[in-house]
Design a protein around this ligand. Structure first.
Ligand code: 5RP
Length: 219
């Protein structure tokens, strides 16, 4: 099976966690795009979606799924999103697609976070994938210097502007032994909007696409 076939398998498997009559939180990325295709087959059963990016919003609307502003919504039953890396505690690195801030906000509101990944994303220690950090543009150099003090090797993702009008720094070379602590340390740097560690709010379960089928991981 190709990597995209594994992504498609988990995207469709996540449909089992969608409850009728609810608002669904929708992440961003190529795996989530398969989930959105699947969700469109249930669009008359759900109230609609809250989206984590302009890209997902466009796809949801194109398929006839109503997209709600998060501020008009009290509750999100389930949030479905991919990840760049995930460990056995279901802590993740996200933000490869630069949507980390809105993803983290929607995940914070959701009752349940279902992470959908192909098997290549499951790792023993987070950090081989460079950790994305969203920064206010004028703070880029300052944040970069602070990230070096934390042991990282920061690189500006030049040319990329987030949906929030900010920039992304990717941090290379970190073996992240204590994800919640590093998440808090980086978020405490002035000028950081948020970072791509999802450790304080890890996933509740992960659907992993393997050549043997979809397996479920719980923390
Ligand atoms: C976007 C993300 C994505 O979930 C992550 O990059 C995984 O993407 P894909 O499903 O395309 O492999 O965090 O900001």
């Amino acid at each position: 099976m190709t990597q995209d076939e594994l992504k498609k398998a988990v995207g469709w498997a996540a449909l089992d966690y969608v409850e009728d009559g609810t608002i669904v939180g929708v992440g961003t990325g190529s795996t989530v795009n398969h989930f959105i295709d699947a969700l469109a087959t249930r669009k008359h059963d759900i109230k609609g979606a809250v989206s984590s990016s302009e890209a997902s919003t466009a796809k949801l609307k194109a398929l006839g799924i109503e997209v709600f502003d998060l501020n008009s919504v009290d509750e999100i039953a389930v949030y479905v999103d991919g990840a760049d890396e995930i460990n056995e505690r279901l802590q993740m690195i996200k933000g490869g697609g630069a949507a980390l801030t809105r993803e983290k906000i929607v995940a914070a509101v959701a009752r349940k976070f279902v992470c959908i990944v192909d098997q290549s994303k499951v790792v023993p220690v987070l950090g081989k994938f460079p950790l994305p950090v969203e920064v206010v543009p004028m703070a880029r150099s300052h944040v970069g210097r602070q990230l070096v003090k934390l042991g990282g090797n920061p690189a500006w993702r030049e040319g990329v502007v987030t949906d929030n009008g900010n920039w992304i720094i990717d941090v290379y070379g970190m073996a992240i032994i204590n994800p919640p602590e590093l998440e808090r340390q980086i978020n405490a740097i002035v000028g950081v909007v948020t970072n791509g560690l999802f450790a304080d709010r890890a996933a509740d379960l992960a659907l992993v696409g393997t050549t043997g089928g979809v397996t479920t991981l719980r923390p």
